[in-house]
Design a protein around this ligand. Structure first.
Ligand code: NQM
Length: 358
């Protein structure tokens, strides 16, 4: 029998994940990943024998420990547990799950409450970037309830502020990994960018769609999915990421003019399923592209708060980009999120023998 493992299940932004203290998981990455596959119930499209939700947005893991970096309180390693493949990937960060890392660090006593609000300094292990997650902590404990609405999440919750630093070239080599603002992907103009998440931006119209389709409609279009994947494989090589066939980056973002008063409409392939809303760091990368003249989604009069439309509403990002001169400089970026503690308990993973008997 495999020993039960202490876990918090939390909604972080528009995603849901299992949050662990690093010390509660095996130190050896291969052993850790085997255990996480068992815990989440992968590989299985329904993850029926584990706590994953059968979708990439609900098959996420955060591993958190005290940080040795004086600039950070905690280290946060994000792991994407693939739903239907026995793969655990550390290649990408996740800004949605990050929103729950602040509350987790406080709940588990890794960070002490400071006042009405507690700022948790998080080193994002996947990329080395730093994030400050500010959590409401009146009455000496984390407050989860509040009046902040997040498109894609029913109801409201307490406001969590997240500020990102050093996100340019998080996974790819540089903000514009090819050194160009615009590339040609097999005849399709594209902007390849990484300000926190490697993203390939394409105008939806170039692929014969409007960019206002629902995720289900886009996922049902097999020719489109094949074409998006073809272009992603080309882009991965150009971005210095090598063969990306088995990885979750780069993400593919179809952009279109705004339809609901925002700055830009987006549909994000992550990379095979279509996001129900938009990833946080992916949104930071898209907002940054909108500020760079010559990009496929450049917006001349960009407001300070960039409102990105997505399938279930909108997402606001504030980005400090100076693209006026020859050099593009990127400062901090900020977003507002929410998180909620759903479960504090122990998970009982299946054993390898039980899985092998299936
Ligand atoms: O871009 C999904 C999510 C994400 C990533 C994905 C994210 C981010 O929404 O920072 O949050 O793109 O795989 O959880």
């Amino acid at each position: 029998m495999t020993a039960p493992v202490p876990v918090l299940i939390m909604r972080g932004g528009t995603s849901k994940g299992a949050y662990f203290r690093a010390e509660d998981l095996p130190a050896d990455p291969a052993e850790r990943d085997r255990l996480l596959l068992a815990i989440m119930g992968s590989p299985d499209p329904r993850q029926i024998d584990g706590i994953g939700g059968g979708h990439p947005l609900t098959s996420k893991v955060a591993v958190i420990s005290r940080s040795a970096d004086p600039a950070a309180d905690v280290d946060y390693l994000f792991l994407q547990v693939q739903v239907d493949k026995p793969i655990v990937s550390a290649e990408q960060p996740c800004g949605n799950i990050l929103a729950g890392v602040g509350p987790f660090a406080i709940e588990r006593g890794l960070v002490h409450i400071q006042d009405q609000k507690t700022a948790v300094r998080v080193r994002m292990v996947n990329t080395g970037a730093l994030a400050i997650v500010t959590v409401p902590t009146p009455d000496g404990r984390v407050r989860y309830s509040g009046d902040t609405a997040l498109s894609g999440v029913p109801g409201t919750a307490a406001r969590i502020e997240v500020e990102f630093r050093d996100t340019a070239g998080s996974v790819a080599p540089g903000l514009l990994p090819t050194g160009r603002v615009r590339d040609d992907l097999d005849g399709v103009p594209a902007t390849l960018i990484d300000n926190g998440m490697p993203v390939v931006l394409l105008n939806a119209a170039e692929l014969g769609v409007t960019g206002y389709e629902s995720p289900a409609q886009l996922e049902a279009d097999h020719a489109l999915r094949r074409r998006v994947e073809e272009l992603r494989l080309i882009a991965g090589k150009l971005m210095g990421l090598g063969d990306v066939a088995a990885t979750t980056v780069p993400k593919m973002c179809l952009v279109a003019p705004p339809a609901h008063g925002g700055a830009l409409s987006t549909r994000m392939f992550i990379p095979h399923r279509v996001h129900a809303s938009i990833g946080v760091l992916a949104a930071v990368s898209v907002g940054t592209a909108a500020a760079v003249p010559g990009s496929v989604c450049f917006l001349k009069d960009l407001p300070e708060t960039i409102r990105l439309e997505h399938p279930t509403g909108f997402y606001d990002v504030v980005i400090d980009v100076d693209a006026a001169g020859a050099e593009i400089t990127v400062g901090r970026s900020a977003i507002v999120s929410t998180a909620r503690l759903l479960l504090d308990g122990q998970v009982h993973p299946r054993t390898q023998e039980e899985f092998d008997h299936g």
